[in-house]
Write a protein that binds this ligand. Structure first.
Ligand code: CA
Length: 225
């Protein structure tokens, strides 16, 4: 069951959202202010966070910033009509989407479902990860596509895991070098590019026309499962 955290001080709004989401089969946790929200995030590990911008202690921006220092959990920010011009700031601090109050139940559910769908949380316990038509077994370092099975090297698997843990978000070449190769080795950006090609050959249907391991020009790479 997917768990959703609602951070909202207005009781009526919070309870209304909770009822709607529970009715749809989600598990719902609520928090009345920013600090409680941050605590609930580390204790309950929600799959999606609905965060009101106006909170009694920290602002929604501050909460969002603090979450983004550690986690990629999708955040749907709620704003009032008068705060519409602040949406850009919301995106800058890491919100994934926003909804302006008042909103319809249908719109809320559609946004939440889209966020949950887009965000695939990598967990090291998950053995099999589906990317397009490939199934990656991160425990046994293999990729299966149709009847073919490829094995992955240690660095290929580590690179895949890093990209997958940031699914749908760009990861810079520097971060890849740092996290996959570490500081004691001296690979170059070219090394990263070569390993990306190796992964694409195993995972993509057509590695020259990748659909899942995407180049973000001037930045790095992004995995879109
Ligand atoms: Ca509020």
């Amino acid at each position: 069951m997917q768990r959703i955290l609602i951070v909202e001080d207005e009781k009526e709004m919070a309870n209304g959202l909770k009822d709607i989401l529970e009715f749809e089969g989600y598990e719902v946790v609520t928090a009345e202010n920013g600090k409680e929200g941050l605590q609930a995030i580390s204790r309950k590990e929600p799959d999606c966070i609905i965060l009101d911008l106006m909170l009694p202690d920290l602002s929604g921006y501050e909460v969002c910033e603090q979450i983004r220092r550690k986690l990629t959990t999708p955040i749907l920010m709620l704003t009032a009509r008068s705060q519409d011009h602040d949406k850009i700031r919301g995106f800058k601090v890491g919100a994934d989407d926003y909804l302006t109050k008042p909103f319809s139940v249908g719109e809320l559910l559609a946004r939440v479902m889209a966020l949950l769908r887009r965000h695939t949380k990598y967990s090291p316990e998950a053995d099999l990860v589906r990317v397009g038509s490939s199934i990656v077994d991160v425990q046994h370092f293999t990729v299966r596509r149709g009847r073919r099975e490829h094995s992955m090297s240690h660095y290929e698997a580590e690179l895949f895991k890093l990209l997958y843990s940031h699914a749908n978000q760009p990861v810079t070449r520097d971060e890849i070098l740092d996290r996959v190769w570490g500081t004691d080795k001296f690979p170059t950006n070219r090394t990263v590019d070569n390993f990306i090609v190796k992964l694409r050959k195993k995972i993509e249907d057509d590695y020259r026309n990748p659909k899942h391991i995407l180049t973000i020009y001037g930045v790095g790479y992004k995995l879109s499962p």
